[in-house]
Design a protein around this ligand. Structure first.
Ligand SMILES: [Zn+2]
Length: 234
């Protein structure tokens, strides 16, 4: 943990590569970090184990795992519907993928703002990325700008002129750029989980695995996690 020269920040920590990088960035900037992980019935539940390991690695002040069971009840996503298969058709598809979880980031950010107000944090970090997930409406700059405005008008801190800042350092980066930045900060990617299937070993063929593997390859680095299928099979 750092010396908190920047005050406190809330990092939304899924346990994936992007949120781990966000945690590394917030830590490197000198924030005292609290981490929030949301358990919404996602099929890749290993993420939560990864989030726990990352929070421990960074010795965050508090790590809260927040149950959001109702997202699983609502369903409507390949990540929460047990009988939907996760996509493998390619990461460049233009349509909104079936892994989009309706309302997920809106809920996450609302709860992060609540928590930020309670602990007096002036920054909220979320690892959204508009390039690699261009089909997700809640990963776009327009959405982030709109939520930032809501923080200004809809929170006590905002009315008092110190609304929590929404920090999205990965918003316009490629996966390779994210990995290069995180590697330079010493982010322990071996602790992260990205596979949509959620097995003990990453499948290597779902869209999330493919995007991650392409990112490491483009960055000229080796992904430290094991895969069921070797890189040369892709
Ligand atoms: Zn996978």
């Amino acid at each position: 943990m750092n010396d908190e020269t920047k005050g406190r920040a809330v990092v939304i920590l899924s346990g994936g590569l992007d949120s781990a990088t966000c945690l590394g960035i917030a830590d490197s900037l000198g924030y005292g970090v609290d981490a929030l992980t949301f358990d919404y019935g996602q099929r890749h539940r290993r993420e939560i184990d990864s989030a726990n390991a990352l929070a421990e690695h960074y010795n965050v002040r508090n790590h809260r795992v927040v149950p959001l069971d109702f997202l699983h009840v609502i369903g409507g996503s390949a990540l929460t519907e047990a009988d939907w298969s996760v996509p493998r058709e390619g990461v460049n598809a233009q349509a909104i993928p079936s892994t989009y979880v309706p309302g997920r980031n809106l809920l996450f950010l609302a709860l992060a703002a609540s928590y930020a107000e309670v602990i007096g944090a002036h920054a909220i970090f979320i690892g959204v990325n508009a390039l690699d997930y261009s089909g997700y409406p809640d990963c776009r700059p327009e959405f982030i700008d709109a939520v930032s405005r809501v923080f200004q008008v809809g929170t006590k801190m905002g009315v008092e002129g110190v609304a929590p800042r929404l920090e999205t350092p990965l918003l316009s980066l490629t996966k390779a750029q994210i990995i290069q930045w995180g590697t330079s900060l010493g982010v322990p990617y071996e602790l992260t989980t990205s596979c949509y299937e959620g097995g003990a070993v990453a499948c290597g063929v779902c869209d999330s695995c493919r995007l991650r593997l392409y990112g490491f390859a483009e960055a000229g680095l080796t992904d430290p996690i094991p895969y069921q299928l070797s890189h040369s099979d892709l």
